[in-house]
Design a protein around this ligand. Structure first.
Ligand code: AP5
Length: 217
């Protein structure tokens, strides 16, 4: 099963994708994580993407589509993928349709997390992750069970994203409204879109997604 999690910055796409990966053996394909890895490795893509990401703008469609297409050729993705942060423009959505057809794959569900924009700045500025395994946390909404220790791997090293400041978050939201929000209609017209309340508790959001994937709602 291949699905898209759709929603603005801080909607909870990464949080839910990590959990689906752990519980259902699906593979999280986060274009944001791929780009941050390229930046950290200093690859040509990373060098091109860094300034764009720091400014809260979208990286070019060509770069993103090539990243996803290459990743889908790796055998682990046959277990099913969760597209997290992709597609983000209608050109990317068109390219995804074409590449899925070429690779003999299908898209089963598009789940949109509907959220109140005012709450998102709070969510994003309080976000941090484990520097070793990448598990995601929040200062208030999802702190580690033992303070300062990662629940997943026991590491005591954490990090915050450079684009998680209020000014950049607001630019990312503008980009979302202008370039990504129209994608909802794209998938509604294909009969694939399901919208759920992303403002609910993390566990409640997760069970709603699972119900959709299990065909129970
Ligand atoms: P990317 O990394 O994709 O960032 P984003 O879409 O802005 O999404 P976020 O990761 O900020 O939010 P999320 O929905 O995953 O929220 P999370 O689960 O962490 O992209 C970064 C940049 O890369 C872009 O700006 C762009 O430059 C570039 N890029 C990436 N993909 C691209 C593409 N396809 N095309 C072009 N450019 C691209 O949750 C946030 C926090 O809230 C966490 O701390 C979490 O614990 C907490 N939380 C989650 N759910 C809840 C809940 N229900 N209640 C309370 N707290 C919650």
């Amino acid at each position: 099963m291949n699905i898209i999690l759709l929603g603005p910055p801080g909607a909870g796409k990464g949080t839910q994708a990590q959990r689906l990966q752990t519980d259902r053996g699906m593979v999280q394909l986060s274009t944001g994580d791929m780009l941050r890895a390229a930046v950290a490795a200093g690859t040509p893509v990373g060098l091109q993407a860094k300034a764009v990401m720091d400014a809260g703008q979208l990286v070019s469609d060509d770069i993103i589509v090539a990243l996803i297409s290459d990743r889908l050729d790796e055998p682990d993705t046959r277990a099913g993928v969760i597209f997290d942060g992709f597609p983000r423009t209608t050109a990317q959505a068109d390219a995804l349709d074409a590449m899925l057809a070429t690779k003999g794959l299908t898209l089963d569900h598009v789940v949109e997390l509907s959220v109140d924009e005012d709450a998102l700045v709070d969510r994003i500025t309080g976000r941090f992750s484990c520097a070793k395994c990448g598990a995601g946390y929040h200062d208030r909404f999802k702190p580690p069970v033992a303070p300062g220790v990662c629940d997943s791997c026991g590491s005591t090293e954490f990090k915050r994203r450079p684009d998680d400041n209020e000014e950049t978050v607001r630019k990312r939201m503008t980009e979302y409204r202008e370039k990504t929000a129209p994608i909802s209609n794209y998938y509604r017209e294909k009969g694939l879109l399901r919208q759920i309340d992303g403002m609910a508790d993390i566990d409640v959001v997760y069970s709603e997604i699972v119900s959709i994937l299990n065909g129970k709602s």
